[in-house]
Design a protein around this ligand. Structure first.
Ligand SMILES: [Zn+2]
Length: 279
């Protein structure tokens, strides 16, 4: 039996691509202990579609919840508006911090040259904002953030990328898993892949989905709230209410059509507030 999620294929036929919004139930081999589901629910996360992965648990197919967050007791309620959001934890920059990024190239577990070009594009988008964070691609492992391939199973299922949130000691999340078949299977080019990479890098430095409170804004389908969870979903000052995904395609919207999403004005406001003279 093929593992393609049935809701993905009709969307693809319409030219839409789901970044992360799978709701399919996991198979018996992936059963999540009820205790964990209860814990995640109690912390305010939407437990639909939780998956066990190497790093911890994955929700909404792109957000990693590690043990640190599972053990966290901070539960917070936020009033949702369509604006930019951050987690409680952020990256401590000290006013000037270089974050190295590594992507392995070639071979069964590496990425094509298109991905390398896409990472350089994503990095240049951030660095063009003149933030206290400067991303720098490095050629060897041991970087602050390392890319690696999703499992072949996840790639076949249409998972595009996953990442987690900063640690409580102010470091970025260190691992971004990406599908390696975005070009070959979905026809994405440098800008489409760079957009997904910039999205996952956004999670690593503390950005939540712009539409976390109702993923249907970008994903379509029924109303779906991720929950603020123990990691928090704190509105970033200065981002206007009532953002419209039709005219304001934030790079942190939950779902993408695979197109190019450079930072919007509101995205730039959010990045500036977070990482220009603040943390
Ligand atoms: Zn995401």
């Amino acid at each position: 039996m093929k593992r393609f999620p049935t809701h993905i294929l009709p969307l693809l036929a319409l030219g839409l691509m789901v970044l992360s919004c799978g709701k399919e139930s996991a198979g018996p081999a992936d059963a999540i202990p009820q205790e964990v589901i209860n814990k995640i629910s109690a912390m305010g996360f939407n437990p639909d579609g939780i998956e066990k992965v190497d790093e911890g648990y994955r929700i909404e197919r792109d957000i990693i919840i590690t043990g640190e967050f599972l053990e966290g007791a901070h539960v917070d309620a936020e009033v949702p508006n369509a604006e930019q959001y951050r987690t409680f934890n952020v990256v401590n920059t000290g006013g000037n911090r270089t974050i190295t990024v590594y992507i392995p190239q070639g071979g069964n577990n590496g990425f094509s040259s298109t991905y390398v070009a896409a990472l350089d594009e994503a990095i240049s988008r951030y660095n063009a904002q003149n933030l206290d964070l400067v991303f720098q691609r490095v050629a060897s492992s041991g970087a602050d953030i390392s890319f690696s391939r999703l499992s072949k199973r996840d790639e076949r299922r249409g998972v595009l990328g996953s990442a987690g949130f900063p640690s409580s000691n102010g470091n970025p999340y260190g691992q971004i898993k990406m599908s390696g078949i975005l070009q070959s299977t979905y026809g994405l080019g440098v800008n489409g892949i760079a957009t997904i990479m910039a999205h996952e890098m956004g999670h690593c430095i503390g950005f939540r989905h712009t539409d976390w409170f109702d993923r249907s804004i970008s994903c379509g389908g029924g109303t779906s709230n991720e929950g603020s969870g123990s990691v928090g979903a704190v509105n970033i000052p200065g981002t206007p209410t009532g953002a419209n995904p039709n005219s304001d395609l934030s790079w942190m919207l939950s779902c993408t059509d695979g197109g190019n999403r450079p930072f919007t004005n509101n995205d730039q406001t959010a990045l500036d507030w977070m990482y220009n003279g603040n943390y």
